[in-house]
Design a protein around this ligand. Structure first.
Ligand SMILES: NC(=O)c1ccc[n+]([C@@H]2O[C@H](COP(=O)([O-])OP(=O)(O)OC[C@H]3O[C@@H](n4cnc5c(N)ncnc54)[C@H](OP(=O)(O)O)[C@@H]3O)[C@@H](O)[C@H]2O)c1
Length: 327
């Protein structure tokens, strides 16, 4: 479970001048009670404000610039990395936590951590403080309340009241279906975004003089029509959140592939907000089955570093520069 814990004012303020802008007896009790078996992930400034690791729990401090050391303290350079540490069996064992996956992870702010975690947190424990804070300088990020079910809990406080609330993420209804001509515009935009990101990640700029959109429209139009390209999509509502693609080619037959037919895998992409939920594996399985039904002897892909894990887990083997899955 990845949770988020925050207290915010009526005008969404969470910090002012490097501090929490109120002192209300009992307001911090819920946070302080996250002890044994819990993991608290906090930003570098929030950690510096507290000044030491919180006792009896694992603290993970997120910073790109600083290193701290201490009991029950780990460092990470992003929230994703922090969660990777928190879900690592060896680390859980080392810090006496329940097996990875059982420990509760709480993102405890500030703004950048909340922003990075909001798309995937399972639960948000939000204490609504009945105050309007003037000149706040750190705010809780916007989110879509329709993504969550809201439970209103108890109210406390004397002069200033606060109310506990719990937002639980609604289960996403992911539908899997084949790509159709009507999807091509959105599919091609996702493909170009993905290819552009690969260039930028490698520190390169994509060429500007290539009409990739036109070329892709031509390719997919022709090959969807004659059945030599097939794609399965993962869709949430109207939004495409995962893509896959299989092109069928023929070579002169050879001993281990007497049909001469090969499947070339491409366009494997999952929206970052939907990763780690099995979508890529599901899509991979569906296009591999398409290749089997087409009579392919093997499926090939030139895998990115990120993809290697997925394909290896599925059963693809390295074959020279290619990874291959024998059918
Ligand atoms: N009301 C509440 O529940 C609550 C909870 C927490 C904090 N607060 C308040 O909020 C304020 C502090 O929040 P803040 O947003 O200014 O600071 P913060 O998140 O505590 O710390 C900011 C620093 O954390 C690192 N960081 C943040 N997001 C990151 C990311 N996504 N990836 C990698 N590193 C990241 C960076 O460290 P480097 O610069 O070292 O790279 C960044 O400068 C204080 O006023 C505090 O009292 C309130």
């Amino acid at each position: 479970m990845v949770g988020l814990i925050v207290a915010r004012s009526k005008n969404n303020v969470i910090g002012k001048n490097g501090q929490i802008p109120w002192r209300i007896k009992g307001e911090q009790k819920q946070f302080k009670e996250l002890r044994t078996g819990n993991i608290v992930v906090m930003g570098r400034k929030s950690y510096e404000e507290i000044g030491h690791p919180l006792p009896n729990r694992l603290n993970i401090v997120v910073s790109r610039t600083k290193q701290f050391s201490g009991d029950n303290l780990l460092m990470a350079t992003s929230v994703h990395e922090a969660i990777g540490l928190a879900q690592n069996d060896d680390i859980c064992h080392q810090f006496g936590l329940p097996a990875a996956g059982c420990a509760k992870i709480y993102i405890a702010g500030g703004y950048g951590l909340y922003k990075e975690a909001l798309p995937f947190v399972d639960k948000m424990y939000i204490t609504e403080v009945d105050l309007v804070v003037e000149d706040g300088d750190v705010f809780f990020p916007e989110f879509d309340p329709d993504d969550f079910d809201l439970e209103i809990g108890e109210t406390g406080g004397d002069e200033v009241k606060f109310t506990r609330t719990v937002y639980t993420r609604r289960k996403r209804e992911i539908i899997y279906r084949r790509l159709t001509k009507a999807d091509l515009d959105a599919f091609i935009d996702m493909r170009i975004t993905h290819l552009t990101e690969e260039y930028l990640t490698a520190g390169k700029r994509p060429p500007e003089d290539v009409d990739l959109k036109g070329a892709l429209l031509d390719y997919y139009g022709r090959h969807l029509a004659d059945g030599t390209f097939v794609s399965w999509l993962a869709v949430d509502g109207k939004k495409i959140v995962g893509t896959s693609g299989m092109s069928f080619v023929e070579k002169p037959p050879y001993f281990t592939c007497p049909t001469g037919r090969l499947g070339l895998l491409s366009s494997m992409f999952t929206d970052p907000d939907y990763r780690r939920s099995g979508i890529a594996t599901e899509l991979l399985g569906r296009v591999v089955e398409e290749a089997r039904a087409y009579g392919c002897g093997a499926v090939w892909i030139t895998a990115s570093d990120m993809g290697v894990k997925l394909y290896a887990a599925y059963g693809f083997e390295h074959n020279g520069n290619f990874m291959q899955y024998k059918l």
